[in-house]
Design a protein around this ligand. Structure first.
Ligand SMILES: Nc1ncnc2c1ncn2[C@@H]1O[C@H](COP(=O)(O)OP(=O)(O)OP(=O)(O)O)[C@@H](O)[C@H]1O
Length: 565
């Protein structure tokens, strides 16, 4: 079983001990009935001597005290071994959950950006929040399966010892019962699978609700339609699947519970008429069959959790397989100093799921120099953000090459080149922690930037973290700029940074910060529609339909050098 193998890969020794303890608990369980029966059976040769075999323990008369002591020991052994088996496996399950999540974090961090964008965040969140806990729940049900499975085997052995014909009857009943049980269970499992697929889509809708709550609140009609189509529609679909699957599973489980009573009835009312069976044997058989109903019920109860866990396990593994590992050297290599970043015949195309080919960019040829400010301008959808991801090495060229000075960017060096790049994208993320070594010098600089960006009254930096992120959009973006500046990179890209800043901060950004950075010898690329500030640029690249164009058709450029494709 794949879940058990995951558990045993994680902690082979502990899982082995858990299995052995579970098995021993099952053996002890199955020994309880024979012990009681041999104590009270009149057919027992010791029975006659039982009255002589009474001991007083704690002022109670205990008949057949040796067997009683054995019974007590078996009970205590069951208690200890079953608890230990379950505790061990539950702990391993928690560790497996943590490991699965960490594996996932690493996989996401090491995946190419294009793959993460294609798969979409909802699927990742669903996997972490739905599949991992289900796998753990399924794992926790394994000891139940084990203890009760062994008990069942033990009791079957006891039945064989009591009466071979009854044993055969029970085996036939188990076979027929298992077939009748498995078929609907498989159907239920398939419906659970459909429900799980629907949950991915629901996560997407929940994301829409959270991120689009402002728009939805403004328009009741829109909100109603969103609830109906995206949320309730998908909820209904999941509910329908779950109800169907649970009905099948629960009905099948109840049928499974009854199998042993059918067998008891069959033995008590029919079997006795055809086969010779002594009353003592009959009592033993009926007791064993009654006793076995509880393990069967527990066994059957554990199966749905394990079936659901298996579905989640497969789903998780499929997703893990779907996330490619970026085939690059994760280590750092020595790089030569560089003055220019060069694009040489660079081309990139988005993959497409339709007949229509994905957006294509290139071939692009240009240089970005240190000590210069380069603007990238162009209309919506012209490919500026796509180019920004090529410039910051998240997308790799599918043709042509990118070099920093003499160093061509390749799989061996890309991680090292990325260390030299700082960027604020349009969909930037602001971490509340400043993830850097905080020396006195850095603190002084951070405080200076806070003052310059008029944030010193709003935010402080304490223990390497911002005291608050409850800020306006413009203020948050200024904090992102502060972080970027503190990182002291050689090459910076700002994608529409100033778009939501008021004139005062636009002025500071374009006429103070950028020129200061240029004076420090940084290479700076600014994607912008702020044509008022185009004069500060040393070079302007104009994008149109994925290409650099000579004549800007959508933007009015100042009289200045325009870089050409
Ligand atoms: N992740 C993606 N997968 C597939 N196609 C994409 C993806 N991102 C963008 N595109 C496509 O690439 C084209 C260029 O988009 P891009 O975001 O680069 O333009 P842009 O110039 O930055 O536009 P804007 O000024 O509106 O931000 C668009 O037609 C878009 O459909």
């Amino acid at each position: 079983m794949s879940i058990l193998s995951t558990f045993s890969r994680k902690a082979p020794n502990r899982v082995f001990v858990s299995v052995i303890l579970g098995a021993l608990a099952g053996v002890c369980y199955s020994a309880l009935i024979p012990l009681v029966l041999s104590s009270i059976s009149p057919a027992d040769p010791n029975f006659a001597a039982q009255n002589d075999n009474i001991e007083s323990v704690l002022s109670f008369d205990v008949m057949n005290y040796k067997l009683a002591a054995l019974y007590l020991v078996a009970c205590l052994a069951i208690l200890l071994m079953r608890s230990a088996s379950e505790i061990i496996l539950v702990r391993v399950a928690s560790e497996v959950a943590r490991e699965l999540r960490v594996k996932f974090y690493r996989q996401i961090a090491n995946a190419p950006l294009a793959s993460i964008e294609k798969i979409g965040s909802a699927k990742f969140i669903a996997a972490i929040n739905i599949d991992v806990p289900r796998i753990v729940t399924g794992g926790r049900a394994l000891p139940v399966l084990l203890v009760n499975g062994i008990t069942l085997i033990g009791m079957l052995g006891f039945l064989l010892y009591l009466n071979a014909d009854v044993f055969k009857l029970v085996m036939v009943a188990i076979f027929v019962g298992a077939v009748c049980y498995q078929l609907p269970m498989m159907l239920g499992s398939r419906i659970f699978q459909r429900s799980r697929e629907a949950e991915d889509k629901l996560q997407e809708s929940i994301k829409g609700l959270l991120f689009g709550v402002k728009e939805l609140k403004l328009d009741s009609n829109k909100r109603g339609m969103y609830f109906k189509k995206a949320l309730l529609g998908r909820e209904e679909a999941i509910l329908g699947h779950e109800k169907k699957a649970q009905t099948i599973v629960r009905a099948t489980m109840s049928f499974g519970d009854l199998i042993s009573f059918f067998v008891i009835g069959g033995v008590g009312f029919i079997f006795v008429n055809y086969y010779a069976i002594t009353p003592e044997e009959l009592i033993g058989v009926v007791m064993a069959l009654l006793y076995v109903t509880a393990p069967i019920a527990l066994l059957l109860g554990a199966i749905p959790a394990i079936a659901v866990a298996s579905i989640s396990y497969r789903k998780l593994n499929r997703l893990i397989e779907e996330i490619p590992h970026e085939d690059i050297n994760p280590g750092l290599v020595e790089l030569n100093d560089w003055q220019s970043l060069t694009f040489n015949q660079v081309e990139f195309r988005y993959p497409s799921d339709t007949e229509e080919p994905g957006f294509h960019i290139g071939p692009l040829d240009f240089e970005i120099n240190k000590g210069e400010i380069t603007f990238i301008v162009g209309g919506n959808g012209s490919g500026k953000s796509t180019l920004s991801k090529l410039l910051t090495l998240h997308y790799m060229p599918q043709a042509g090459n990118i070099s920093f000075g003499e160093n061509e960017v390749n799989a061996a060096s890309v991680t090292s080149h990325r260390q030299n790049i700082g960027a604020i994208y349009t969909d930037y993320f602001l971490f509340d922690e400043l993830l850097m070594d905080f020396t006195g010098e850095v603190t002084a600089k951070a405080n200076e930037y806070l003052r310059m960006l008029h944030l010193d009254k709003k935010v402080k930096i304490e223990n390497g973290a911002f005291t608050t992120l409850s800020l306006s959009d413009g203020q948050r973006k200024r904090l992102a700029l502060l972080v970027a500046l503190l990182e002291e990179k050689q090459f910076y890209l700002f994608d529409e940074w100033a778009a939501d800043q008021d004139p005062e901060f636009k002025e500071i950004f374009y006429n103070k910060i950028l020129p200061d950075m240029r004076a420090q010898g940084k290479a700076i690329v600014v994607i912008s529609h702020d044509d008022r500030y185009f004069p500060i640029a040393d070079k302007i690249l104009v994008m149109e339909q994925g290409r650099l164009v000579k004549t800007p058709s959508q933007v009015q450029l100042p009289e200045q050098e325009t870089a050409i494709a």
